[in-house]
Design a protein around this ligand. Structure first.
Ligand code: 13P
Length: 260
């Protein structure tokens, strides 16, 4: 199963950015990415108020855009929520669901994450479904059980055709924003496990992109992206700096270029 898949690098800005600095960042990234060779896809997930800005500055570039969460409902009396079809109105194509920060700080259950994934797919967007274990869970030897259950809850609600449209991001909670990335061996081991769970759903699902997230930096990106089951990255802090984000995209392009 060492089939070569295209690399995908997505920035997750989290709750950062203002109009002026976003403009500088988006323009620099769009311009820098245009020069990159290879079978590489690049995306940014911005705070919802900046979707229109992303649309106007990224349209026509190789960069796609999206959001970091959506409502589990399509419309209605849900004050403060943003529905997936609204996101589509701004030309977006991506929506992160189940980020560990939402699971932890907003008490999102595995069931809710699965429903949100369905809403995202129904709207025609690509969901980036995040899974990951805490440090305590890893130390207790429960990593596979935790990420396997998180993934299975989502897969159970999807047809094989819909499951083949998702992207999965493995983000160990202990590696997010800590500067302490998983080693490439640790990440590859979990990715291989997730790949086997995806394959169990159906042959068409086995090759969905599997991104690694958690302290990806220009210095460690290429080593991570070289792993056979790591198809790219979901980048937090480093996606806020154009040079760092572009260096990470370049690392992905280099791996595709060599292996392709
Ligand atoms: P950092 O890259 O800042 O560790 O964040 C990773 C992340 O949570 C991306 O979704």
């Amino acid at each position: 199963m060492s089939k070569q898949r295209a690399k995908l690098v997505v920035g997750n800005w989290k709750m950062h950015g203002r109009l002026a600095e976003n403009a500088t960042l988006l323009q620099a990234v769009a311009q820098g990415a245009s020069a990159l060779p290879g079978d590489l896809r690049v995306g940014v997930c911005v705070p919802s108020p900046y979707l229109a800005q992303a649309q106007s500055l990224l349209a026509g570039s190789r960069i796609v855009w999206g959001v970091q969460d959506v409502s589990a409902f399509t419309h209605g009396a849900y004050t403060g929520e943003v529905a997936a079809p609204m996101v589509v109105d701004f030309g977006a194509s991506l929506a992160i669901v189940g980020h560990s920060e939402r699971r932890a700080y907003h008490r999102e259950s595995a069931e809710l994450v699965a429903v949100k994934t369905q809403r995202v797919l129904e709207a025609g967007l690509t969901p980036i479904v995040c899974v990951g274990e805490t440090l305590e869970e890893r130390e207790a030897g429960a990593t596979e059980q935790v990420v396997g259950t998180q993934l299975d809850e989502v897969l159970a609600k999807l047809s094989v055709q819909d499951a083949a449209r998702i992207v999965v991001a493995y983000e160990p909670v202990w590696a997010i924003g800590t500067g302490k990335s998983a080693t490439s061996e640790q990440a590859q081991a979990v990715h291989a496990f997730l790949r086997s769970r995806l394959a169990a759903k159906g042959a068409e699902v086995a090759d969905v992109p599997l991104l690694y997230g958690g302290s990806v930096k220009p210095e460690n990106a290429e080593e991570l992206f070289r792993q056979p089951d790591i198809d790219g990255g979901l980048i937090g802090g480093a996606s806020l700096k154009d040079q760092d984000f572009l260096a990470i995209c370049k690392a992905a392009a280099a791996v595709v270029g060599v292996a392709g």
